[in-house]
Design a protein around this ligand. Sequence first.
Ligand SMILES: Nc1ncnc2c1ncn2[C@@H]1O[C@H](COP(=O)(O)OP(=O)(O)OP(=O)(O)O)[C@@H](O)[C@H]1O
Length: 588
Amino acid sequence: MDKPDVAPARKIGSLLLVWRFATVYKGHLAAAILALIVAAAATLAIPSGFKLVIDRGFSAGTGDIGRYFQYLLLIVAVLAAATALRFYFVSWLGERVVADVRTATQRNLLALAPRFFEENRPSEIASRLTADTSIIEQVVGTTVSVALRNIVVGIGGIIYLLTLAPKLTAMLLLGIPFAILPIVFMGRRVRILSRSTQDRIATVGTIVAETLGAMKIVQAFGQEKREGDRFATAVEDAFEVSRRRIRLRAIMTAIVILVIFGSIVLIMWQGALDVAAGRISSGTIAAFVFTGGLVAGAFGALTEVYGDLLRGAGAAGRIAELLSEVPEIRAPANPVPLPTPSQGRLAFDRVSFRYPTRPEVKALDDFTLAIRPGEMVALVGPSGAGKSTIFQLAQRFYDPGEGTVSIDGVALPATDPAMIRDRIAMVPQETVIFAASARDNLRYGHWDADDAALWSAAETANAAEFLRALPDGLDTYLGEGGARLSGGQRQRLAIARAVLRDAPLLLLDEATSALDAESERHVQQALERLMANRTTLVIAHRLATIRMADRIVVMDGGRIVEQGTHSELIGGGGLYARLARLQFDDAA
Ligand SMILES: Nc1ncnc2c1ncn2[C@@H]1O[C@H](COP(=O)(O)OP(=O)(O)OP(=O)(O)O)[C@@H](O)[C@H]1O
């Protein structure tokens, strides 16, 4: 995902994304801009107020001075109200845009094929969704508003200065190029450093996530010190880059302020001479200095926001990449509907497939298998034989390089992936339990199921008894990863989930983890009930399951090496007979 450095103009252009999201809220945007302009105008009106106070108020005696102070107070009141409104609307927009960007990005991510998540680290994507969006929020809520305010104050200020004293203003303007040059030169360097900082912070995040997720392994292997050092190095690395960026920005700010305030002093000097000679009034010089200060401050602030804008643009650019990622696997323009009612046929015809991230290995090699409606086929074979890959392709998580996979006679790419998956219930080897209630975990594949349906599925899956024993029944929170359930209970929950899904095709990846005999019997019973009346493809590890199968398909190296029933294959004395001897000697 990391693109080579692009030109700054294009990078700032990435902020267009933010603009696109902000323009949805036209009313708020208009209010924010209006408040911004009024506040800037009020800021500039203050020096003109002082000019009046000094020139008219003082010279006309104390009687009249109140009027000008009232005028000043009015400006201050307008300034206060406009600033508050500006803050409200701009911050609102910032938060709103970030909320929308997060939702849109997550929605797009949900549609992407597994390949994307194999090629991009999930922790990095997560950090984009949180860290990068926070940067955008800061940019919209603070930086852009500071930038716009200072541009308005800067330009408006210069115009006002020109009306006050053109000659002095010309002198002031001569100083500005001196301030712009270092920004141009150093800005590029700052930009590279900020990108580098963000990359390093992402690395820090990845290490944290990785280590925290594997704390037991880290401790079991006694790697605490190594992990500690690795993390410290990454943190120091990030600090070092930040330090260089901060130093550069500090120097940049110093140069700009020095040049601007330096020219103001020189100009005041000249102005003092003009006042002494009676060429301009003392109110004018006071207003000029005040406004000059505002203008200088505005330009100073602009140099600071430039770096932030680039940082925000970088973040927006990365979010834009996530937003524009087109799902590799999606429905065609006119998807062919799968026949209803479903027949429950699944066929692989001369399928060859390599995983995109491992193109050197043929995970499936000229694989042909037709599963009849209602048939139960057991897949067996050594690790890496390609059994799970069959499941991946059946659900169209990947498209095969050659050959076709079809359900009920419809080639998968011709139809909508959602329709395909709707026909399939999957029981994975490792049950995924979400950090939610037992109820939500059960009905994950069938969200409108009522409690009666949930309990009936739980009965079928032999899960009702332990679910009933939970402290709050179906409302019991199952904890992160279902930590409160035993292995066998988790499996039965997964089975109940598949029962509720009630799909014609069942893909079952039997868990390999050993269960005690009682638990094993419960799970086996549940599986048998689940498989009844469905076309089932099972990656089998249990002898009981294998014996029940109508057909056993033995795989090795992505190919079918043998098929038949248990007794046929044992008699054949091939790979299956060998595997069975190794695996089932104890059980048989
Ligand atoms: N997501 C993936 N990315 C890259 N290569 C993969 C991926 N999944 C599997 N492979 C590779 O594809 C080949 C077939 O793997 P597969 O997972 O289908 O085997 P399996 O028979 O299910 O093995 P096991 O019983 O160990 O789960 C193996 O060489 C494996 O390393």
